[in-house]
Design a protein around this ligand. Structure first.
Ligand code: SF4
Ligand code: MG
Length: 314
């Protein structure tokens, strides 16, 4: 709810704060149980920062994180750890997120001690079934991350994420480092596991095709703002926001031979240290109006459960 993350910019010997990088500038969204919400946007739009705040590994500057009706924004210590065992994260680079000195068994059992949940003996019992469920072999437990391919390493990352029976998984560019053929295997595995383990996903990616494949709903971010959010099919077929339209027009359509009109945006994404007044997209928007330069549009429902932040629709 109204979540912001500002990183201070400091200068001089006294490290005086001279400004802020507005990485996330007020985002409100809801994830329903059992749902996959895709968050899409170009690099630097704040989507990873948002994911990390939701996971409570990064504090919010303002706003609230609410999980199952409980405000967890300021939980700390044991209370935070207890709740955090219900969230897990899967990262882009399964190699750097897996400790190279730990065996697969150690990697998968580690979350149990970190959260003080099971004895070593109990934790070890879970390793075999988890490995086979993600498509690896029980005997892989004694091997080390460098012995596996990128896709297999991501399977280990998924097994580790599942170990504590989480409710929510935040996947940040989880397949972006993988070959395209391996990407779909991992996405399909994640979709199967979601049903089996009653998971909910927040799936963060710059890749529109990947987000389309896995998501039920999609949110589009631009310069720290959520500009459009709603049903996946509706968003991909008939987007409202001028930025979403441009973003989708530039994405390749591999399967169809449809010629799309490509909307070329002028200029660069402004710096989040000095974002434009009014609508964050006004410096590049083909539909810009006077009001856009002064007043920031808020997310408003344009269809049931479908919201857009743009003056064209207010
Ligand atoms: Fe474009 Fe104005 Fe809509 Fe922003 S509010 S996206 S500048 S039309
Ligand atoms: Mg990122």
């Amino acid at each position: 709810q109204n979540v912001k993350k500002y990183f201070p910019i400091t200068a001089g010997l006294m490290l005086k704060t001279v400004g802020n990088v507005k990485a996330v500038d007020e985002v409100t969204l809801t994830l329903k149980e059992g749902e996959t919400l895709g968050i899409v946007g170009e690099s630097g739009c704040g989507k990873s920062t948002l994911g990390r705040m939701i996971m409570r590994v990064l504090d919010t500057t303002e706003g609230k994180i609410i999980f199952n009706g409980q405000d967890i924004t300021n939980l700390e210590g044991k209370k935070l750890r207890r709740i955090r065992s219900q969230f897990q994260m899967i990262f882009q680079d399964p190699y750097s997120s897996l400790n190279p000195k730990m065996s697969v068994e150690q990697i998968i059992t580690e979350p149990f001690y970190v959260n003080g949940i099971a004895s070593l003996k109990e934790a070890k019992k879970k390793v075999g079934p988890l490995l086979t469920r993600v498509g690896l072999k029980e005997s892989d437990r004694t091997r080390f991350p460098h012995e596996f391919s990128g896709g297999q390493r991501q399977r280990i990352g998924i097994a580790r994420a599942l170990a504590l029976n989480p409710k929510l998984i935040v996947a940040d560019e989880a397949v972006s480092a993988l070959d395209v053929s391996v990407q779909s295997q991992i996405l399909n595995l994640m979709m199967e596991l979601k049903e089996e383990f009653d998971l909910s996903y927040i799936f963060i990616s710059h890749n529109l095709a990947v987000v389309k494949h896995i998501s039920d709903r999609v949110g589009v971010m631009y310069l720290g703002n959520l500009v459009e959010i709603g049903d996946k099919d509706e968003l991909y077929q008939n987007p409202f926001h001028p930025y979403t339209k441009a973003l989708l027009s530039s994405a390749p359509e591999p399967k169809r031979n449809v010629k799309k009109e490509k909307i070329i945006l002028q200029g660069e994404v402004p710096s989040p240290a000095n974002p434009p007044t009014g609508c964050p997209f006004h410096t590049r928007c083909p539909k810009v109006m006077d009001v856009c330069k002064e007043i920031r549009p808020v997310l408003k429902e344009v269809n049931p459960h479908y919201s857009v932040a743009c003056h064209l629709y207010q």
